[in-house]
Ligand binder design. Structure first.
Ligand SMILES: Nc1nc2c(c(=O)[nH]1)N(C=O)[C@@H](CNc1ccc(C(=O)N[C@@H](CCC(=O)O)C(=O)O)cc1)CN2
Ligand SMILES: Nc1nc2c(ncn2[C@@H]2O[C@H](COP(=O)(O)OP(=O)(O)OP(=O)(O)O)[C@@H](O)[C@H]2O)c(=O)[nH]1
Ligand SMILES: [Mg+2]
Length: 426
């Protein structure tokens, strides 16, 4: 087993940089550089020396094998955060026998392999490291904290109990069966099946929370869509002009609305047009708007637009109107903008609150297979006697799918995908 090392903090100038070393030779390497290994978990000041040259005066934090993030011997060098210091230290480390630079996510991979984290926790950690908004952080931390793993234990024991009940009748095949277990098994399986189905429904919004919600600004040409986008962004993200048909491409602006990641889409004004390029823009506008999580319509909706009940319809250029209207918006004066942000936050916030424990497409796929297995098991169960073996076997298939959520099986298939997104040093 190699000893791996990497800069754990962001590269470049910083107050302090952390270089992490993990593996069987981590303490030995610390001894060579610092003279000794400080007491575990006690930050201790040492001089790091490489062939007689002082690298830096650093704080060292040592962890013993079995009591570290990776489960291996770990040493952290907390140095002055200069590229020269870090560069010299990394060069010194690579000269050590059995040591090499860590691959992205490799510390976490070792934590997984040593049973410190389960697969869902690794996914949560990955999300936590990329979280940009508060709602993303909260969802990521729930998963990282092992919530799904704890639920899997409960599901697993209920499935095991169902399988055991069914199997208990098999041995009595030709004799008198002590009691009919079907009703209890049926109710256990049915409630689990429905619970899985609810979890599956929640995955879509969790995926959106990770990638960001799309809110499309749509309406006829000249309605003031680009002006509104610029007002929301606080900068000139899109070209505006009095000429109808100014915007052609979809322009995206990312924002944080009450902790929710939202990408606003400014789109081409919707109308019938002879202009070939503008027509392409209109088609793009319709496609993106129809796929968006929410539509903000300025003025009137056009035929190709698929409106949903929660979409917001606003009266544009409200500053030009003589009398008050409902839902006014003006990108020029800013009227209605605060209300608009509040409404978007309310609609999307409500969806986020419906998210459950399953948060990744991978979870959805595993649960979908579990649901199908349970549906089959329920079918066999309804056919009365003789199919107990089949029922038990199908329940066991469901257990395997549930186990896959936390990586008890099928880990290798998904690891590459997950760790690809990690940065070096994690
Ligand atoms: N300097 C530093 N800060 C860090 C980390 C790190 O590795 N180094 N972390 C890394 O990502 C996070 C903290 N996570 C950690 C998780 C477990 C252990 C650990 O030593 N676990 C032992 C002992 C547990 C205990 O004392 O309660 C264990 O699980 O056996 C350390 C850090 C965030 N901050
Ligand atoms: N008075 C007033 N004028 C506005 C408002 N919003 C936009 N305008 C003006 O209306 C014209 C069109 O604005 P844009 O923001 O480019 O309109 P658009 O909906 O993006 O138009 P297309 O990209 O062609 O579809 C410009 O001259 C803007 O200055 C508003 O709220 N009040
Ligand atoms: Mg425009």
């Amino acid at each position: 087993m190699d000893t791996i090392f990497a800069l754990a903090t962001a590269p470049g100038r910083a107050g302090v940089s952390v270089v992490r070393v993990s593996g069987p030779r981590a303490w030995e390497i610390c001894r060579l550089l610092a003279g000794d290994v400080p007491a575990p978990r006690r930050a201790s000041l040492r001089r790091l020396v490489s062939s007689g040259v002082v690298i830096d005066e650093a704080l060292i934090l040592a962890f013993s094998a079995g009591e570290s993030f990776t489960g291996e011997e770990v040493v952290e060098f907390q140095t002055h955060g200069s590229p020269a210091v870090v560069g010299f230290l990394l060069k010194t480390l690579s000269a050590q026998e059995g040591a090499r630079v860590a691959e992205p996510g490799e510390f976490t991979r070792r934590a997984l392999e040593n049973g410190r984290l389960d697969l869902a926790e690794v996914e949560g950690l990955s999300d936590l490291l990329t979280a940009e908004t508060e709602a993303q952080r909260r969802q990521a931390f729930r998963i990282f904290d092992g919530e799904l793993g704890r639920q899997v234990e409960i599901w697993r024991s209920k499935l095991l109990r169902s399988a055991a009940l069914v199997e208990s009748t098999i041995d009595f095949a030709d004799e008198e069966v002590p009691e009919n277990v079907s009703p209890e098994v049926e109710s256990l399986l049915r409630s689990l099946r429905n619970e899985f189905a609810r979890e599956i429904e929640g995955v879509a919004v969790s995926e959106r929370l990770r990638s960001g919600f799309e809110v499309a600004i749509v309406g006829p040409p000249n309605a003031g869509k680009s002006t509104l986008l610029n007002r929301l962004a606080g900068r000139d993200a899109a070209i505006t002009s009095e000429i109808a048909g100014t915007t052609r491409d979809v322009i995206e602006v990312r924002m944080d609305i009450d902790g929710l990641p939202v990408t606003f889409l400014d789109t081409a004004g919707l109308r019938e047009t002879e202009d070939v390029v503008e027509a392409i823009g209109v088609q793009r506008a319709l496609d993106r708007a129809n796929q968006a999580d929410l539509r903000v319509v300025l003025g009137v909706a056009s035929p190709g637009l698929k409106l949903e009940p929660e979409d917001l319809v606003l009266i544009p250029k409200s500053d030009l109107l003589d009398e008050a209207v409902e839902n006014p918006i003006s990108g020029v004066t800013g009227e209605g903008v605060t209300d608009l942000l509040e409404q978007i936050s309310a609609v999307l916030g409500k969806r986020v609150s419906q998210a459950h424990l399953a948060t990744h497409l991978r979870h959805q796929e595993a649960l979908q297979i579990a649901v199908e297995s349970l549906d089959h098991a329920l079918d066999y169960l309804a056919l009365e006697s003789g199919l107990e073996e089949l029922v038990a076997e199908t329940i066991r298939a469901a257990i395997r799918s549930v186990d896959a959520l936390v990586g008890r099986i099928g880990v290798e298939d998904v690891l590459g995908e997950i760790f690809r997104n990690f940065c070096i040093g994690k």
